[in-house]
Design a protein around this ligand. Structure first.
Ligand SMILES: [Zn+2]
Length: 288
């Protein structure tokens, strides 16, 4: 557990999946990435889906950042992505703090790719073709550019958006959109970092107080292996833009000791980063 400002922060691994190692590392050759992220016999590497839970007891605020892939998957998809999503790990994580779905006051939606926010909706009991929002009392923060893009995606990331994950949330009026690129957020001790290289309007929150700053990385730096600037996913719509965004983050790691929270790293939830050498590396893993 980490405390920042009024929040207790807890990492919850909601499941695991496997994606193609080549797609995950873009132009980096397999002889380099293969030792950092060993592939299976179908060239896939293992990734976590890690939600950050922030609890402000005094204000009664319960924030989730991303919600994992959810459970609306058929057998073929489970095989293709090697989903490990048995049991409701997000629900179990909330329950371990005495919380249920209706206690969640805010969901920060970094972006709407299925492996980040398939967990926003669940199937309607008795009507398997219909989905409904899972967190019915929560304000769902999403960037307007991302919501627009999700409805008319680029050919590169079309397959990552599933209407069933976000249209029910929108129809229920639960989205609160963020516009522009300003860092100010209405949530106390939280600021926004808006990144556009991976997908337009990726909303990456930072939690901060006078001593500690933690930045949720989403798909900007999905794992610790992606710390070097050129190690950029082939999935990204604008890789050179991603490079500039990573440079900004790494500079702040050096100047301000920023803690990075890795949504997809199979082992490391959060870390301080050593940027003093050519290749940025994890300096100190942080317990979250
Ligand atoms: Zn993504």
């Amino acid at each position: 557990m980490l405390r920042i400002g009024p929040y207790e922060l807890h990492a919850i691994v909601t499941g695991r999946l496997r994606l193609d190692g080549g797609a995950m590392f873009g132009v980096v050759p397999k002889v380099l990435w293969g030792t950092r992220a060993p592939p299976d016999d179908r060239n896939r590497i293992q990734l976590a889906m890690r939600t950050l839970l922030a609890i402000d007891q005094s204000a009664g605020r319960v924030i989730l950042i991303d919600t994992g892939a959810g459970d609306k998957w058929d057998a073929d998809e489970i095989d293709r992505f090697a989903f490990e999503i048995e049991g409701d790990l997000l629900g179990a994580g909330l329950a371990s703090f005495g919380l249920g779905n209706d206690d969640v006051t805010d969901v920060i939606v970094t972006h709407l790719h299925f492996d980040h926010n398939g967990g926003l909706t669940v199937r309607e009991p008795g009507e398997p073709k219909r989905c409904r929002p899972r967190f019915r009392k929560a304000c769902h923060w999403v960037h307007q550019r991302q919501l627009d893009h999700a409805h008319s995606p680029a050919p590169k990331d079309r397959a990552s958006f599933l209407e069933r994950d976000f249209t029910p949330v929108q129809e229920a009026g639960l989205f609160e959109t963020v516009e522009g690129d300003a860092s100010a957020s209405p949530l106390p001790n939280v600021s926004w970092f808006v990144a556009d290289g991976h997908t337009p309007g990726q909303l990456l929150p930072r939690f901060h107080d006078d001593e500690v700053r933690l930045h949720y990385m989403g798909d900007l730096i999905p794992t610790a292996a992606h710390l070097p600037v050129p190690w950029i996913m082939a999935y990204d719509n604008e890789p050179l833009r991603t490079a500039g965004e990573k440079q900004r983050v790494l500079q702040e790691c050096g100047e301000q000791g920023l803690i990075l929270f890795f949504e997809h790293d199979p082992n490391v939830a959060a870390a301080r980063i050593d940027v003093s050498r050519t290749r940025p590396e994890v300096k100190e893993a942080i317990d979250v």
